[in-house]
Design a protein around this ligand. Sequence first.
Ligand code: PLP
Length: 432
Amino acid sequence: MHHHILSNRFFKEAEEYIPGGVNSPVRACKSVGCDPVFIEKGEECYLYDADGNSYVDYVCSWGPMILGHCHPHVVSAVSEALLQGTSFGAPTWREVELAKKIVDLVPSIEKVRLVNSGTEATMSAIRLARGFTKRKKILKFDGCYHGHADSFLVKAGSGVATLGIPGSPGVPEEIVANTISIPFNDPEALQGTIEKEGENIAAVIMEPVPANMGVVLPRKGYLEFVRDITSKNDILLIFDEVITGFRISLGGAQEYFDISPDLTCLGKIIGGGLPGGAYGGKAQIMEEIAPSGPVYQAGTLSGNPLATAAGIATLEILERPGTYDNLREKADYLAQGLTKLADRYEVPCVNQRIASMMTTFFGQTEPVMNFQDAMKSDTKMYGKFYRNMLDQGVWLAPSQFEAAFTSLALNWDAVDFTLEAAESAFSRLKNS
Ligand SMILES: *Cc1c(COP(=O)(O)O)cnc(C)c1O
């Protein structure tokens, strides 16, 4: 049994100065019925908290830490950059290096603009799509999360889903009137909406493999259908690959499924653990951005020396042969182990996985295909599982509607340790 004496003290103080005591709502652990644990440091696949407890980390900072913590190549790249100065507000060579790498690795990207977060990437991408098509509306899918910009806070996933917030106060109706949200994996719903509204829709934005309602796999042929119907109606297709980019393969979901979107949003891994994001796509569209075109988008810290150093170093490691097999093998083993244990202890749940990301949906017996399905999960049961795993030293996302990630740093001992902890957690769920 872990003690969280210092964490609890820190959190009490945090609540006095920071709304809810956290700088991002998903960290608050409200939905799993406990207070947040304060982290002191990370090393490879382990986290260490303020009270000295250690954890095997499957959150990976919600995706970015695909190499694990303090990878020596990243540490040395960032240290070198640090000693040369942290921001100049003038171009630096690392920006070109990172841009070149992105263009090389992500099939549909011909030109790319660097920003500071996934939210900036998605909000800029829809501005560009609206500017380019001269249309107003955007279409998204229920349960997908595209950051916290106004237009996306309609039936959104991640923390918005976890806290059960339908939208958000502070977002004017006039703004969300231009956002259409429909069920994922439902070709008829998309076709019907485009038949009615297609001429007004600038872009369809989607997580090609949603991970913010838990991991949901696209039905066979669905992404092809979305690509086809958007092309035929002059609607831009935006893949929000903030999670899937450099995660499910080096070229992201678009490479994995061989679909070419018009624009792509990147974040998380591309910052290598520092604030970083990017959006890119066809040169003809990207040239509409200022200063080469009229669509305005800017950033004091965009292409920051530390963030680009971390991003380049991370991609250099990911480019090595065998990376994605390594990530997948551990995820495979974990998913199979969890499924077997759930069967043995008769805990109803469904594990959904692609490459190195997965979600175990509790209280489910059939595949989860969309947000409505995901919402039927037993979040109380997930909360019990979560707290039990935390107590044993396994760090999972404090919400049913998120993904677990394997990192390159994850070792087989840690994987076995995780499955032993899971066995104990499942056996307790059976007997509770
Ligand atoms: C995390 C995430 C975002 C937002 O990125 P931030 O860096 O948190 O602003 C956008 N889209 C998807 C798919 C994400 O997972």
